[in-house]
Design a protein. Structure first.
Length: 322
């Protein structure tokens, strides 16, 4: 009897106690994934024996430490209700962010943190086999490119739990709403020089682009001592990339900014109705590289950049659900 790749489902829930199974439920914690899920059910480090034997050949290696990994994408859609987080908010919390419910206006904000980090319990059902990652932490990437749907890409590492034969449950996915496609009608394009306050971007200049990509840059590791084994998130170095349509004068200014180490605010808005609007804001963008891009015969300038924290820290980026 064959097993089918599409017969797959994933649940994820923030753990109350790090490393303790949070028992995510099919009715409330289902994640609507994009096709292309990849799981490493056992990621093993071996202790090599390197025996000297009176003949050619290797020697048996012994399992020393092991963990589990999973990578998947979800659509960056809104919940449909202002003040109610989209279900991907739980996934962001497992990637070194805090989630806050704020008012005036009613909104959810996700910002980076460096302490009191959250961990997740992830259940992946693979057509009869249940894989569990306990105490999982990860990295996230955000992509909002012209002509595509906005999405988050996740890579989590967690404690391996013995695989069991379990039927795929009926996972509720009605909380996931269709995203807005990235086109002129649905986006306020990349804005440089802007500031953010209370759910709104102000100031700056809007430039034509073909979208943006942001990599949280989380460093995750499997930590193994003789006392404990666990996944840890130990650092962050956030980066981004985008391509802009600039005048010749604006190109000259951009190159001067790079050489002078000048920074600027960065904003990008998916401009939906209440409950479906998403703002990305970074107060301190340093453009670190520039390249010429041919976009169907049109000259664009491509930039790589770093999103760096202020002296107060933990403010490299902000995702706002409105």
């Amino acid at each position: 009897m064959p097993r089918y790749i599409t017969n797959m489902g994933l649940l994820a829930k923030v753990e109350t106690t790090a490393g303790t199974d949070a028992s995510p439920a099919a009715a409330t914690d289902g994640m609507l994934m994009i096709k292309g899920v990849n799981i490493t059910p056992i990621d093993v480090n071996y202790a090599d024996r390197n025996l000297l034997q009176p003949f050619f050949g290797g020697s048996l290696s012994l399992v020393a430490t092991y963990s589990a990994k999973v990578t998947f994408d979800v659509e960056a859609s809104g919940s449909g209700t202002a003040g109610t987080s989209a279900l991907w908010g739980a996934l962001l919390q497992g990637c070194g962010t805090a989630q806050a419910s704020l008012t005036t206006p009613t909104r959810i904000e996700h910002t980076p943190v460096s302490s009191s980090l959250k961990t997740l319990t992830i259940y992946l059902y693979d057509d009869g086999a249940l894989h569990k990652l306990i105490g999982a932490v990860g990295n996230a990437k955000f992509s909002a490119k012209q002509g595509e749907v906005p999405k988050f890409s996740f890579e989590f590492i967690g404690t391996y739990s013995a695989v069991t034969a379990v039927a795929l449950p009926a996972i509720t996915l009605t909380g996931w709403k269709p995203p807005l496609p990235m086109n002129k009608a649905n986006v306020v394009d990349i804005t440089l020089g802007c500031t953010y306050s209370a759910g709104a971007l102000t100031g700056g200049t809007v430039f034509g682009s073909n979208g943006i990509e942001v990599d949280f840059g989380n460093k995750t590791s499997w930590i193994a001592t003789l006392t404990s084994e666990r996944a840890e998130l130990t650092d962050r170095d956030t980066s981004c990339s985008f391509e802009l349509e600039l005048t010749a004068a604006q190109e000259v200014t951009a190159m001067s900014d790079i050489l002078a180490n000048n920074t600027t605010g960065l904003g990008f808005t998916i401009n939906g109705t209440a409950g479906n609007k998403l703002i990305l804001f970074a107060p301190t963008l340093q453009r670190t590289a520039i390249k010429k891009v041919d976009e169907n015969g049109i000259r664009l300038l491509g930039f790589d950049g770093k999103l760096v924290p202020s002296s107060a820290g933990n403010d490299e980026f902000r995702f706002v659900q409105l």
